[in-house]
Design a protein. Sequence first.
Length: 306
Amino acid sequence: MNEIRVVASVSDAGERLDRWLVTRIDGLTRSAIQNLLEEQAVTCKGKILKKNYKITGGEEICVHLPDLREVDITPENIPLDIVYEDADIVVVNKPRGMVVHPAAGNWSGTLVNALMYHCGDSLSGINGVHRPGIVHRIDKDTSGLLVVAKNDAAHQSLAAQIAAHTAFRGYQAIVVGSPRTDRGTIDKPIARHKIDRKKMAIVEGGRAAVTHYEVCKRYHGYTHMRFQLETGRTHQIRVHMASVGHPIIGDPVYGLKKDRFADIGGQCLHATELTLCHPATGQQMCFTAPLPDYFLNILEKLEKMS
C-alpha cells in the first residue's frame, strides 16, 4: 500500500478535510477521496480522520492508497472508421461518445479495445498496457481524427511532432454568441481547477495553452468556428472559448445550462483536420474528416432560425 503525506499550512485552518485534500492531491477526485475516508484510509498521527474533520493548520495528513490492481484490457470487435492505415500508423475518425482508452468506469467499449481487436499486437507499448498506441487524445464527446502509433518508433516520432507543434490539428465547433473578431488567438495558461478536480481552468502559472480561431459563419445567437491547436492541453478549446464568453454548445462542463442546445448529448466539437510527417518516410500527410450528422443537423437548424 502506498502513502501520500500532505502538510497543512496555517492558512488552511478551518477547511473541511475532503475539500482540502482535493486541492492538494493531483489525480484524485473528491468522490475518490471520500471513498478513502469511508474506508478509514486517511489518518493524522495514526488517528483515523472523517470527511468532516476541519484542518487546524500544521498537521501532517497521511492518505493510504490501495495497491493498484492489474486490469485485463479485452479486444472488442467494435467497428472503426479508419481513414488511413499502414505498418506504422492508423488514423481513425472517432465517433462521438467513445472513450479513447480504458480507465476507471470505462474498462470496455473504448477506442483502445477496438484497436486491439483490429491491430492485434501491432500497437506501440510506450504508454503502457491501458493506452497502447495512443499518442494524443480527444474527449469522449468530441468526434474526429486521431492518429495511433503501431510501433514504438512511430510513437516517438509522432509525440515529438506534437511537442514541437509541427503536427497540425484542426477542429470545428459551434459556440454561443458572436465573437468580436473573425480571427484571433487565445493565449491563456490552463491547469487543473483548484476546487473541482474534474475540470480544467484558466490558472495563472498553469501550462501554456494557445488556440487560434477563425469564424466560419455567424448565425442568430451562435457562431460556427474553426480552430487550430498550437498546444494540446486537456479540454483546451472548451476552456478557452468558455473563458472569453463563447462556450461550445452542448458542453456539459463549461457550457450554458439553459441554452437551447444544452441537451444535444455533449459538446459540438469535431476534429476535422490532421497534418503530420509520416514517422518512417518523412512525407507530409494531410487527413480530413467531414462534419458528422449531429453537427450538420445543428447547422441546418441554425440556418432556419436565421
